[in-house]
Design a protein around this ligand. Structure first.
Ligand SMILES: [Zn+2]
Length: 75
């Protein structure tokens, strides 16, 4: 499992579950924002800078409660 860095702007999230063959990886935060904006200009969105944080402290909490991927063989 490699690093799947979010391809949007200056977003520094590196674990992305979503991938587009056209636009690359996108993290959940950016995806949620994309859905919220409802834009059809995906290229412009992906080139726009990610906000500093739309979920303050998310990285800290996500480290405490990481998502358990079913394909990582939790034992
Ligand atoms: Zn992102």
């Amino acid at each position: 499992m490699g690093i799947m860095r979010c391809q949007r702007g200056i977003c520094n999230h590196i674990l992305c579950d979503r991938h587009s063959t056209v636009y690359g990886y996108i993290c959940d935060d950016c995806f949620d924002e994309l859905v919220f904006t409802g834009t059809i200009d995906i290229g412009f969105f992906m080139g726009s800078p990610a906000p500093p944080s739309i979920r303050p402290g998310a990285d800290y909490y996500e480290e405490l409660f990481p998502i358990l991927h079913s394909d990582e063989g939790v034992s």
